[in-house]
Design a protein around this ligand. Structure first.
Ligand code: SF4
Length: 65
């Protein structure tokens, strides 16, 4: 799901420390920084949200660790 950056989401993800990036997903292979499903994951990574990102991009296969 891809939606434009939103100030409310930005505030809430920081306030409530929302977990939605690959780093908190059961399918993330940390040593290789890749998704075990081989999905392109650049826009699902924490580093993306720490940058001046334009789109919020949720992964439909996210599974909280
Ligand atoms: S399933 Fe989605 S959120 Fe999980 S590691 Fe793969 S790309 Fe990232």
């Amino acid at each position: 799901m891809r939606i434009p950056r939103d100030d409310t989401f930005e505030e809430q993800r920081r306030t409530y420390r929302l977990r939605f990036t690959c780093e908190h997903c059961a399918f993330f292979h940390e040593p290789s920084s890749r998704c075990v499903h081989d999905f392109p994951n650049e826009e699902h990574r924490q580093a993306y949200y720490d940058s001046a990102y334009e789109w919020i991009v949720f992964c439909k296969d996210f599974e909280l660790v």
